[in-house]
Every structure is written in structure tokens, then in C-alpha cells.
Design a protein around this ligand. Sequence first.
Ligand code: SF4
Ligand code: SF4
Length: 237
Amino acid sequence: MTKPLGQALDALAAEGINWVSAVACGTAADSAHLLLLLAMGSRFGERTDFRGGQEHPFDRRSEALVEQLLKPALSDRNATLVYPASEPIDLRSWLALAHAQHPAPFGIGIRPDCGPWVSVRAALRTRLQASELTVIEERYPKLAPDSSPCARCAERPCQAACPAAAVTASAFELDRCIAQRLKKDSPCAYECAARNACPVGRDFRYGAEQMRYHYSVSLATLLRYAGTLSTPPSRQA
Ligand code: SF4
Ligand code: SF4
């Protein structure tokens, strides 16, 4: 007997996983879906012990919440976690298909409610019954294609705030951003001025410690791979 899915979504939201998007990933007949579990704002971080030196604390906590709260509420006993996992998946493409966020000019996602303070915490491949899909989509409706706040942002303060001119009107210059972040004593080592300058969703902004933690992880990755990759690593934080 499964627990009600709505109750599981309530429990996940209380833990900081406060948006779930479902996107079909199989044939119409097999009802396979990818569930994307998003954390908007700082609640997830506030409930995660990332100060104790544990490896990948955000991933471990996401996995535990999926096992404890979400899987018992799904009818599919074979639901499989595909992120975090050892095999990388193209989260950005799945997020676009799911209409869960829009691209922001500084290389991450943005939503009209929480601005650029959103991240994917887990993704699960599962077969959904029609009633389960309805529960998810009524609670978490897809974003309208024309709902990007950037489309209505004439002043674009994110552009002016970037010290490396990596945020331009036409594209995000990732190489410039990486070069700036890797400079000695860079102001971009542990935060992104462009992201901070965005006026959308300010109430969702991460706290100082969480911000530093996420950016220190991505900076460590950049330092590890600097000069050795033809394709730079993702900068999602
Ligand atoms: S400052 Fe404006 S253009 Fe830049 S990310 Fe925010 S809404 Fe979009
Ligand atoms: S981290 Fe720095 S260089 Fe990169 S986009 Fe943000 S402000 Fe610009």
C-alpha cells in the first residue's frame, strides 16, 4: 500500500525540495517519466549539514529523502535514481523539456518566483499512473514559455555587475567567467556578482555559508580541471 503522493510532496517541500517536474521520457504506452526534484531558495541548505566535512552532503541528503519520502509514495516499485548518480545526465536539457526554469544570462536557470536561486537536487526515472501525474502537475504547474523574467528586464543589472564581461546581451561567455573565477583573489571565487544583482527572487537568496559552500565546490572542480578540459564543467550551484 503506497502512501498518498500529495503527503510525500508536502514532506519533501518541508525539507526544501519544493518543486517537482515530470517529463515524459519513454513511449506513450510505457508512461515512463523523469521526475526532477528542485530546491528553490535556502531551505534545503539550511537543513543540510555541509559544515562537517562529509563528502557530497547535498547529494547524500537528496538520496535519503528520495528513499524515505518519495519512493514509498510511488506506485512504481522500480523507480530509479538517475541523479545524483555515477553517470552524468544532461540536466539542463531535461529542465527545458520540463518547463521548470528559463535560461538566465549568466549560465544557470531562473524562475519568475525564486529568480536564479534554484537547483536540481535529484532526478528519478519512474512509471507514473495518470493520477500521479495529475497530483504533481496540479501542485507544480509547468512554467509558461513566455514567463522568463529576463524577457521583461530592460535594465539587466546582471550584465553590469559582472566584472569579466562574461554576461552579454547575446550570450554567456563561460570561458571569461572561468578565467575570472580562477584569478588570484577573484571576487568571483565564492559568489557570482551577476547572480547577486538579479532583482528577481531576492527572498530566496542562499545564506552566506551556503553560497560559499556551493561556489567553493565548483571552484575546486575548476581548479582540478583547469587547462585539461576541452569542455568546461557545468557551473550549476
Ligand atoms: S537581472 Fe534581469 S536579465 Fe539578469 S537574470 Fe535577472 S531578470 Fe534576467
Ligand atoms: S562568477 Fe563572476 S565572472 Fe562569472 S558570471 Fe558571475 S560575476 Fe561574471
